[in-house]
Design a protein around this ligand. Sequence first.
Ligand code: F6R
Length: 260
Amino acid sequence: MEVVIVGSEAAVGEIVADAVCELLEVVPEPALGLATGSSPLPVYRELVRRHQRGLSFAAVTPYMLDEYLGLPDGHPQQYRAFLRREFTDQVGITPDRLLGPDGGSDRPDDACRAYDALIRANGGIDLQILGIGTDGHIGFNEPASSLASRTRLKTLQEQTRRDNARFFDGDLDAVPRHVMTQGVGTILESRHIVLIATGLPKAASIAKAVEGPVTAMIPASALQLHRHVTIVLDEPAASELTLADYFKATYRQKPKWQGL
Ligand code: F6R
């Protein structure tokens, strides 16, 4: 795993946006996996800024990582609505191009299987952006998720619902209990995975994911089995890593992306 520790959220945004820009240069029709939540927001902001200066997303197919089940269409916290608002609408990606599981389906199991099959049939995801939960989840693969799991329905644990209540005006009862999420096995098929974590509340789960044993109790620890993972952290999120100084000393800053 490549662990990159930077000084600010803006630097997180730049480093990950650089990785996306490199992908856009190298792969003619890139598949870009998008997480929601607060962690990737600096990246989306930076990519929107670069789009305003000419970066084109015309060839990109974006894929959602997960979705709440049963939120009514137009609800602002639907993950599809979130991604459109924070990113895709702002970079010229029309709504029909944003692929994801259908959170309004009356046959959600089938919808999950169909989405998993679609990702594979389209050739897989080139770069998957991830956050991490305070309980070590990736996507909505909660502790004790199978590390071989595919896209499916999951029930959120209480801690995750409490963490996410901030997006629902602090109203825990408004946070859905059920979600559709790419499985850990699905995520591990992405060719490059970039996990972002900022802030002290993420320090413990980052330390377990990076330096602890691979265990279903910390689904993010499964990333240790992947050959191309980049973990981008700010100092507080890195503060429980025993190898933090080593990671800082060995990270070799790539030349900054010069495009825009
Ligand atoms: C979001 C997702 C979740 C979040 C995680 C961290 O699509 O799948 O795994 O990445 O809960 O959320 P934030 O970034 O809001 O702390």
